[in-house]
Design a protein around this ligand. Structure first.
Ligand code: ADP
Ligand code: MG
Length: 501
């Protein structure tokens, strides 16, 4: 089916999330919608899926104007969407999930299980999905769950399939498999809108690319375009994509984690007998798909999980810190960039200057008797804002008003400007604009060059490969192996899926 969006405008109050967007997706085409976080991609697709009503503009399907008052209408018209967060019921089987939620108008009756089972099998066989209709969803790997979502759409006769950042949760192999599936679907005539910010994937699978920035279409591109060219279209200026890095000169062991196990919030073992060390002057990266224990590992190292929730040992520069308070650990010389900066990194209501001072307030040069030297604080804040290129009119504005990328720069500015021996950095560029990624990467390499031990935790394999000196891969709470930084992507991908080094 040919999809045409004409002049779609969607406002949220004063914010124009989509500004007169035109987009044409031909029948059987894989069309990538490329843009940074906040560019307006999901909003546009939510308009197409009937979740939002456009303020202006039209949706045309095979040339006819379509009006959707909800997702039910959109589905009935042949639009399918796989969201970033799956909408499956874990304790149900694949067939049950497919049968459920079918609109009564559809050819499948609600909960007609036999028909659902047959349909899953038919679709699975046709496109090589390899999905068992009777498997429980909760037993399936994430990549397969995603295929179940696609099957759900196809079972409802989707002719246009929207995939919103589908690869964020996948290993490299699962990503390759998904691309194969996309190609197969396109061949059969399904039109695919593939949303991503990952240039590698766009270049590998797209027939056509539309780049959007700040709610507007800024241009179209061919997949053969240079990566650099696509990146600068996304960002609106030239960006460097590689990090200059000389080989590491590791010194003494700073962080030593031995036989560490950590329980998560549900008292399940999230980190399972993990051992590694990080030396001064090196970056050790923990790679892995989201949710394999990385968060709990970082939290245990920082003292954010109580003594009772861990076993084993964590020592920093020779002294044991497991179960010690966060403050004790930070004072030992640890800088921390948390993965959730809104929750753990910043106090939104505080000014940028106040946030910059947070962890340093009990050490020089901020502490002055019991009071705080405000003039000193403000002067240093202004310098840091400048040095870290935080885009704000003043260091006195509330941190919560900054964009995600600029908030991240505030956290980095604070943590990198402290006198520390160890930096624990989780997802340092998540939600950060491509233009700032380069800057953050360069700063992390500088810290390593200056002799700090850096523990980088990242689910972005490109980031891990660009920055790490050594790579430890986590899978289901265990370290599958610790390998050299020049290990190839395919090998790392296998390790991310649990195959030992
Ligand atoms: P993308 O998917 O490209 O990352 P989104 O479409 O999610 O971007 O967001 C575009 C802009 O619209 C952002 O500034 C976002 O904060 C804003 N936005 C998205 N959804 C809503 C909403 N429901 N209410 C208010 N603002 C929103
Ligand atoms: Mg989005």
């Amino acid at each position: 089916m040919r999809l045409e969006l004409k002049g779609i405008t969607k406002r949220f109050g004063a914010l124009v999330a989509n500004d007169s967007i035109d987009l044409v997706v031909e029948s059987g085409e894989i069309h990538s919608l490329l843009g940074e976080n906040g560019a307006g991609k999901s909003t546009l697709m939510n308009v197409l899926y009937g979740l939002y009503q456009a303020d202006e503009g039209q949706i045309l399907l095979d040339g006819k104007v379509a009006k959707f008052s909800g997702p039910g209408d959109a589905m009935a018209a042949g639009i399918g969407m796989v969201h970033q967060h799956f909408m499956l019921i874990p304790v149900f089987t694949v067939a049950e999930n497919v049968a459920l939620g079918h609109e009564p108008t559809n050819k499948l009756g609600v909960l007609d299980l036999d028909a659902a089972r047959a349909l899953v099998k038919k679709i699975s066989d046709r496109f090589g999905f390899d999905v068992d209709p009777d498997a429980l969803v909760e037993d399936l790997p994430v990549g397969v769950q995603q295929r179940v979502e696609i099957i759900k759409s196809l079972a409802r006769d989707a002719k246009v399939l929207v995939l919103d950042e589908p690869t964020a949760v996948l290993t490299p192999q699962e990503t390759d498999e998904l691309m194969e599936i996309m190609r197969g679907l396109a061949k059969s005539g399904t039109s695919i809108v593939f949303i991503t910010h990952k240039l590698r994937e766009v270049k590998a699978v797209a027939d056509k690319i539309t780049v959007i920035r700040q709610g507007r279409v800024v241009g179209e591109a061919k997949p053969s375009a240079e990566t650099k060219e696509l990146a600068s279209m996304m960002v609106g200026r030239d960006v460097g994509l590689t990090v200059e890095k000389k080989s590491a000169a590791p010194g003494k062991v700073v962080l030593n984690v031995q036989d560490l196990s950590v329980l998560d919030d549900r008292e399940q073992r999230a980190v399972d007998h993990v051992s590694f060390e990080v030396r001064a002057g090196e970056i050790l990266a923990i790679a892995g798909v989201q949710g394999n224990g990385q968060t709990e590992l970082a939290e245990a190292i920082l003292g954010l999980r109580g003594l009772h929730s861990s076993a084993g040992d964590i020592s920093i520069s020779g002294s044991s810190v497991r179960g010690k308070s966060v403050r004790t650990i930070l004072e030992k010389g640890v800088g921390y960039v948390p993965e959730d900066r809104q929750k753990n990194g910043l106090i939104s209501e505080f000014s940028i200057a106040e946030n910059l001072m947070l962890n340093g307030s009990f050490t020089k040069p901020f502490a002055k008797g019991l009071g705080i030297a405000f003039a000193t604080r403000n002067k240093i804040a202004d310098e840091l804002v400048k040095e870290f290129d935080v885009r704000t009119t003043s260091a006195q504005s509330a941190a919560g008003k900054l964009s995600g990328g600029n908030q991240q720069k505030v956290v980095l500015a604070r943590e990198l400007s402290r006198e520390v021996e160890l930096l624990v950095v989780s997802q340092p560029t998540r939600g950060v604009d491509v233009g700032s990624v380069e800057f953050i990467h360069e700063r992390l390499v500088e810290e390593r060059n200056s002799g700090k031990a850096v523990l980088l935790i990242s689910t972005e394999l490109d980031e891990v490969m660009a920055l790490a000196d050594r790579i430890a891969v986590m899978y289901r709470g265990k370290i599958v192996g610790i390998v050299d930084a020049n290990t190839d992507r395919a090998k790392l991908g296998q390790m991310m899926a649990g195959v030992a080094a």
